[in-house]
Structures are given as structure tokens and as C-alpha cells.
Ligand binder design. Structure first.
Ligand code: HAM
Length: 421
């Protein structure tokens, strides 16, 4: 029969790599909690309109990357391609703004985008991220960026990561800038790709994101958005820059950074990693001061970021900074059925004092159980056979040193307690 395999662009996360995920998740969780953020978990699918209204009708995500279908009752549904929209929907739906004038939330989970799979780009991928609703002050921006920076530091990625920062200004600024950018590009328009020509009509700011060298060269002389900032835009951005300098968070201003989702206003940023190749965006985010209102809530400013878990893990792997999997403390070798109740009871007590213990369930020979213990890199093997049952003993073998002693069963727990204290 034909074997069924996983879908292109999706991956099984296997037991021998899961510890890396768990380590990163625990860094994320601890850091977010330290900043007073609380976890939110949203559904995996939502109404399609949630994403077209927030991410934007003309964005790559909405026009070509969403997994959408019509449900049996005619409802249009979509596997979430990002989480800011879902978190904002939940913020409005559950009146989270009434509970506190500032809501600090974080998340971690799978997302779905039908992109061309390559290194660091999957169709099912994972993000962790944070969103803060309620404050339009630059200290909120620096708080969000500090969380990202702290996670990057704890993952050991600070030397190979650059924070790119920009402000795409207020609506007023963008309206004026759009005209100026169109005026600048217009004479060269025939030299631009079809995609950029389309963006010229729908959202010319996105042309700044082009990967084409030819287009980038033309854009070298383009007007800068910062020249169109209002006084408020400039003072917000300058305060943020001041805070970042105070906090020693290195950054570089990139006037062409616009981000590919339509909800952004003002501050936008990306952390890019030099070791990731083409898909070098480790983490991206920004302000979305109009999103709550766009989705039907009371006007509330917001800012956040999301990071690609797979990309973090690749970057950590390439820098050789992945920690090791925590090893097995004890492999309990059991010889004969009679020893089973004793093995089960001692194993239970050993786990109660926090040790990682496996006891054999295949009733194999001593030799093959010990082979398994070595393969699993257990620190110790405990062995109980007929003689040990008779004398209330257990054989304890230090597998790294090859030393073996016999102790009373009643002393096993104390032995390991003394060892770990
Ligand atoms: P985004 O830039 O679309 O932003 O995605 C954030 C991060 O998710 C990227 O920097 C990248 O690391 C990872 N990522 C995106 N697509 C893929 C993929 N196909 N495969 C693997 N990793 C991927 C957002 O999603 C916004 N919601 C971020 C945000 C939160 N803005 C404000 N709050």
C-alpha cells in the first residue's frame, strides 16, 4: 500500500529535536512573564474576513498564501496566517480593554501560509510573539523591542542579529509620501516588475521592499518617508531612538523598511540574522494604532512583534549555541517478573524526587537492557534480579565510570537525594 507522507512545507518535530523547542519556549515564556505579559491561546482557524480586513486585501498573505475554504454552511474560513489579527479580535470580543487600560499579551503557536518552501520558510510554521494594547507612548515601543532583545540575548544570537528600525508615520504622512514616491517612480515605471507596477497602483510603499537589485538601484534616489513625518511622528521616533540608546540596544535605521502587512502605523522593526540566508527575518513587528477600530472595537493603540521559531532554531544551531538535551538519570534493569513490583515502586519514588527514570517494559535480557541504558546515555543503571529480591538489595552501576555497588533497597532514595543535594 502507498505510504502517506507529510504535506510539502510541513514538518514533524521529532523527539530528538523537541528539547530545543522546549528550551526556546521556556526562555520566551519566562521573559514575557518577567515583563508582565500573560499568555493568550487563540483558535487555529477564523473567519476569512478577519485577515482580509486586517492584514490587507492586497497583501501577499491574503491574495495568495491563505489556506481558506467554505464550510458546509457557507461560512468562509481560513487557517490563521498570523496572530495579531486573532489576538486583536479576542481583545475586542472579550472587552479586555475594560479589565485594564493596558493589556500585555504573548503567544506561541502554529501558523499557515502557502509560500514556496525553502530553508527557514514552511507552509506550517511557528511563531512566538507579544502584543500590547492601550499605550501610544514610545516607552511602550521600547518595552516591546526590549522583550525581543532579551530573548535574542538569552538565545546567544546578539552578535549575528541586526535590529532594523523605521517609522512609516501617521496616515497624514503616508498620504503625502505616497504621492512623492509615485512622482519619483513614475518616469522609471516600465523598468519595474509587474508586481511592483501593480503595487504602484495599490500600495506604492511596498515597492521599497523589492528584492530586485535593478529596482533597488532606482530607488536609491527615492524620497525618504522621514522627510514626510509630522511633528508627532518625529518626536515619537526620536524618543524611541533615545530610549534604545539608553538601554544599549543596538539598531540601524532603515528608511526602506515597510513590512508586508497593511495594519502598521508609525514604528516598524525587524531583527535580521546574518546566518539565515535568503529568509533572514528572525522577527518582525510594529505599531498598529488603527487595527482595533478597523476590526470594530474602540480606537486603541497597539504594538507587538512575532518571531519565527524555526528560524530562531536554525540561527541557534548554526551558531552552535543549542544546549544539550537533559539526559536520563536512571535506567532500571528488571530481571524476572517477581522484581517488577519493587522496580515500579522504587521508580515512582525516584521520580517523586525529580529524577528522570525509565524502567524496562520488554522483559529483555540483562545484556540488552544495559545496552539500551548506555544507548540512552543514562547516568546510572539500577538492577534487581532474584538474588537482590532475596536480600532486599539493588545493584547500582555508575555507567560513566563503570563502577558497581550493592545497596539496600530502602537506601536507594537517600543515595540519590544525597547525590543531587
Ligand atoms: P511577519 O513578518 O509576517 O509578521 O512574521 C513574523 C516572523 O514569522 C518572520 O520574521 C519570520 O521569522 C516568521 N515567518 C513568517 N513566515 C514564515 C514562514 N513561511 N516560514 C517560517 N517562518 C515564517 C507577522 O506575522 C506579524 N503578525 C508580526 C506582528 C505582531 N506585528 C505586530 N505584532
Amino acid at each position: 500500500m502507498k505510504q502517506i507522507r507529510s504535506i510539502k512545507g510541513t514538518h514533524d518535530i521529532l523527539p530528538n529535536e523537541i528539547y530545543k523547542w522546549q528550551q526556546l519556549e521556556s526562555i520566551v515564556c519566562r521573559t514575557c512573564e518577567q515583563f508582565g505579559y500573560r499568555e493568550i491561546r487563540n483558535p487555529i482557524f477564523e473567519e476569512t474576513g478577519l485577515f482580509s480586513r486586517s492584514v490587507g486585501q492586497e497583501t501577499d498573505i491574503v491574495t495568495k498564501e491563505m489556506y481558506s475554504w467554505e464550510d458546509i454552511n457557507g461560512k468562509h474560513l481560513t487557517l490563521r496566517p498570523e496572530l495579531t489579527a486573532s489576538v486583536t479580535r479576542a481583545y475586542i470580543q472579550h472587552n479586555l480593554g475594560n479589565q485594564s487600560p493596558i493589556q500585555r499579551l504573548y503567544y506561541n503557536g502554529p501558523l499557515f501560509r502557502r509560500e514556496r518552501p525553502q530553508k527557514g520558510r514552511q507552509r506550517q510554521f511557528h511563531q512566538f510573539g507579544v502584543e500590547a494594547f492601550g499605550s501610544n507612548n514610545p516607552e511602550q515601543d521600547v518595552e516591546i523591542i526590549s522583550i525581543a532583545w532579551r530573548i535574542i540575548l538569552q538565545c546567544g544570537l546578539e552578535n549575528e542579529t541586526t535590529l532594523n528600525l523605521n517609522s512609516i508615520g501617521s496616515e497624514e504622512c503616508r498620504d503625502k509620501y505616497r504621492i512623492a514616491l509615485r512622482d519619483y517612480i513614475h518616469p522609471y515605471l516600465k523598468d519595474f516588475s509587474q508586481t511592483s507596477q501593480h503595487r504602484f497602483e495599490t500600495n506604492p510603499l511596498r515597492i521599497l521592499d523589492t528584492k530586485s537589485e535593478k529596482e533597488q538601484n532606482i530607488l536609491k534616489g527615492a524620497p525618504k518617508i522621514s522627510d514626510y513625518h509630522t511633528e508627532n511622528d518625529s518626536s515619537h521616533f526620536n524618543s524611541l531612538i533615545g530610549f534604545l540608546k539608553n538601554m544599549n540596544i543596538p539598531f540601524s535605521i532603515n528608511h526602506k523598511l515597510v513590512r508586508g502587512l497593511d495594519y502598521y502605523t508609525g514604528t516598524v522593526f525587524e531583527f535580521n540574522s546574518h546566518s539565515l540566508g535568503a529568509q533572514d527575518a528572525l522577527l518582525g513587528g510594529g505599531r498598529y494604532n488603527d487595527l482595533v477600530e478597523t476590526l470594530g472595537g474602540r480606537s486603541t493603540p497597539g504594538i507587538g512583534f512575532a518571531a519565527g521559531v524555526e528560524r530562531f532554531l536554525i540561527a541557534m544551531e548554526q551558531s552552535g549555541i543549542n544546549k544539550k538535551e537533559s539526559s536520563l538519570d536512571i535506567y532500571f534493569v528488571c530481571v524476572g517478573e517477581k522484581a517488577l513490583p519493587i522496580v515500579l515502586e522504587i521508580s515512582k519514588k525516584l521520580r517523586e524526587i525529580g529524577l528522570k527514570v525509565i524502567s524496562d517494559t520488554l522483559r529483555r535480557s540483562i545484556k540488552s537492557q544495559l545496552r539500551e541504558a548506555n544507548k540512552l546515555e543514562a547516568k546510572y543503571a539500577l538492577m534487581i534480579g532474584e538474588n537482590e529480591i532475596k536480600d532486599n538489595n539493588v545493584i547500582l552501576k555508575d555507567l560513566s565510570k563503570g563502577i558497581q555497588i550493592t545497596i539496600l533497597q530502602s537506601e536507594v532514595i537517600k543515595f540519590f537525594e544525597d547525590l543531587t543535594n
